[in-house]
Design a protein around this ligand. Structure first.
Ligand SMILES: C[C@H](O)[C@@H](O)[C@@H](O)[C@H](O)C(=O)O
Ligand SMILES: [Mg+2]
Length: 454
C-alpha cells in the first residue's frame, strides 16, 4: 500500500476538513452561442465550485461540477446539503476508506431520496469528490493522473464502490485487469510524455455558429494540427447536411468527423436522419436519443452498423449502473465518461475498468467548463493503467474558458499533453472566480444591469 503509507506519514487525526464553501460561478457563453446544441440552445457554462480547507494543511482542495446557467443555484444548494457530511471529518480517514466515504455521501438516508446516485445530488457529490482528489494530489505533490498511476492495483480497487456492478465486474476481476498492466506502466507513462493523447475538437461545430464561422474555425484548427472534428446535428436534417458539407469541404475525407444530436430524436427519427447524413461518413452519432434509453441505443447501433457509424454516449449517463447496462446490452461503441456527471474520480475509475472488461474504448466527454482539465487525467490513467492503448480512443476538446484556470490544458499538434502541477487541474484563478460569481461578480453585474427590466 505505497500511497496510503505515504499518506499516513503526512496526515494525522488533527487534519480534519475544517471548512468547505461552494460558489455559483457562471460564464456567459450563450452570448456567442459557444456550447450550443440541438437541445441546449443558450448554454452558459457554469460551475458549482467548492473550496475545501483542511486544518493544519496549507493545500486547499478546489473542485467543481459542470452545469448550465440557472441550474447552478440548484446544484449549489445540493452541495450545501452534503457538506455537513464532510466538514469535521479527518482527511486521512476519508482517503484511506474512500469507497466507504463515497457510499456514505451517496446513501445518506434522507438525501438519497433525491437520487439515488443521479441527478442534482450526484452532480453536487462530484464537486466535493473532485476537491478531495485535488487536495490529495497537492499533498502528494502529484497531478491526479500520476497519483492514480502510482497506486497499487489494491489501492485502486479500494476507491470503488462495487455495489450494483459486481455482476459485471467484481473486485477480483478489476484486480486482474489492473495487475495485467501493472508491470509495464512505466513504458506507457514514458510514451504518454512523448506522444500525448489524441483529441478531437467540438469548437468548430456548435449549432449556433454560422457557416462562415465554421469555415474559419475549421481552417484555424487544421492549422493547429487537429485531425478530428465534431459537429452538432439534430434540429433540421437539411441544415445538418449543409453544415456537414461545409466541414467536409474544409477538412477533406481523410480526417475524422463525429456528429452529436444531444438526445434530440426518437429512435426512428435517429435512423432516418443518420441514413441521410451517412454520406458524410461520421465516425459516430452521439446521444441520438434519450440518454436513459439503453435499448433504443442498442437498436440504433445495430441499424447503423451497415454505414460504419458507431454510437457514442455517456455525458448524461448518470452513474456506473447505467454504464454497466449500456455495456451489457452492447448499446455503445464509444464510452463517454464525464468527470462531473459521475460521482468523481472514484466512479470514473470503476467505469474505465468496466469498459476495458467489455472491450469498449473510453472517449471522455469534455464539452463544458473545466471538463477538459479533468478528463485528461482519466484518459492518461486509462492508457497507463487499464486499457494500455490509445487505439480507437480520442478525448474531446473544446476551446473555451481555459484562461480561467491556474493550469489550463496543454494541447498541441492534435494532442493533449500531460499536466504537471500537483492536483486535479480544476483550480480557477481568484480573479476569474470573483468576476464570474453569480449574480454579484463584475461580469454579471454588467450583463444584468444592461438588461431591460420587465
Ligand atoms: C451544452 C453542452 O455544450 C453540450 O452541447 C456538450 O457538452 C456536448 O454534448 C459535447 O459533447 O461536448
Ligand atoms: Mg455531446
Amino acid at each position: 500500500m505505497a500511497l496510503f503509507k505515504s499518506l499516513r506519514q503526512k496526515l494525522g487525526p488533527e487534519n480534519v476538513v475544517s471548512e468547505a464553501v461552494v460558489r455559483d460561478i457562471r460564464f456567459p457563453t450563450s452570448l456567442e452561442a459557444h456550447g450550443s446544441d440541438a437541445v441546449h440552445t443558450d448554454p452558459d457554462y457554469s460551475a458549482a465550485y467548492v473550496e475545501l480547507r483542511v486544518s493544519g494543511l496549507e493545500a486547499v482542495g478546489h473542485g467543481h461540477t459542470f452545469t448550465l446557467g440557472r441550474g447552478t443555484e440548484v446544484v449549489v444548494s445540493a452541495v450545501n446539503a452534503l457538506l455537513p457530511l464532510v466538514v469535521g471529518r479527518p482527511l486521512l480517514g476519508i482517503l484511506t476508506d474512500f469507497a466507504g466515504f463515497w457510499r456514505g455521501l451517496t446513501n445518506e438516508s434522507q438525501l438519497r431520496w433525491l437520487g439515488p446516485e443521479k441527478g442534482v445530488t450526484h452532480l453536487a457529490l462530484s464537486a466535493i469528490i473532485n476537491s478531495l482528489w485535488d487536495v490529495w494530489g497537492k499533498i502528494e505533490q502529484k497531478p491526479v493522473w500520476k497519483l492514480l498511476a502510482d497506486m497499487t492495483p489494491e489501492e485502486t480497487v479500494s476507491l470503488i464502490d462495487f455495489r450494483y456492478i459486481s455482476d459485471a465486474v467484481s473486485k477480483e476481476e478489476a484486480l486482474v485487469i489492473l495487475r495485467e498492466k501493472f508491470p509495464t506502466r512505466g513504458e506507457r507513462e514514458e510514451r504518454a510524455r512523448r506522444e500525448g493523447y489524441p483529441l478531437y475538437t467540438t469548437s468548430v461545430g456548435w449549432l449556433g455558429y454560422s457557416d462562415d464561422k465554421i469555415r474559419e474555425l475549421c481552417s484555424r484548427a487544421l492549422g493547429e494540427g487537429i485531425t478530428q472534428f465534431k459537429m452538432k446535428v439534430g434540429v433540421n436534417v437539411e441544415d445538418d447536411a449543409r453544415r456537414a458539407q461545409v466541414i467536409r469541404d474544409q477538412i477533406g475525407w481523410e480526417r475524422s468527423l463525429m456528429m452529436d444530436a444531444n438526445q434530440r430524436w426518437d429512435t426512428d427519427e435517429a435512423l432516418a436522419h443518420m441514413t441521410r447524413l451517412a454520406k458524410f461518413k461520421p465516425v459516430w452519432i452521439e446521444e441520438p436519443t434519450s440518454p436513459d434509453d439503453i435499448l433504443a441505443h442498442a437498436k440504433i447501433r445495430q441499424a447503423l452498423r451497415k454505414f460504419g457509424i458507431g454510437v457514442a454516449t455517456g455525458e448524461h449517463a448518470h452513474n456506473r449502473v447505467m454504464f454497466k447496462q449500456f455495456l451489457q446490452a452492447e448499446a455503445m461503441d464509444f464510452c463517454q465518461i464525464d468527470a462531473c456527471r459521475l460521482g468523481g474520480v472514484n466512479e470514473l475509475v470503476a467505469v474505465v475498468i468496466m469498459a476495458a472488461k467489455f472491450g469498449v474504448p473510453v472517449c471522455p466527454h469534455a464539452g463544458g467548463v473545466g471538463l477538459c482539465e479533468y478528463v485528461q487525467h482519466l484518459a492518461f490513467f486509462d492508457f497507463i493503467c487499464v486499457s494500455g492503448t490509445k487505439d480507437g480512443r480520442v478525448v474531446e476538446f473544446v476551446d473555451h474558458l481555459h484562461e480561467h484556470f491556474v493550469e489550463p490544458v496543454t494541447v498541441k499538434g492534435g494532442c493533449y499533453w500531460l499536466p504537471g502541477r500537483p492536483g486535479y487541474s480544476g483550480e480557477m484563478l481568484p480573479q476569474s472566480l470573483d468576476e464570474h460569481e453569480y449574480p454579484h461578480g463584475a461580469v454579471w453585474k454588467t450583463i444584468l444591469e444592461s438588461k431591460p427590466s420587465s
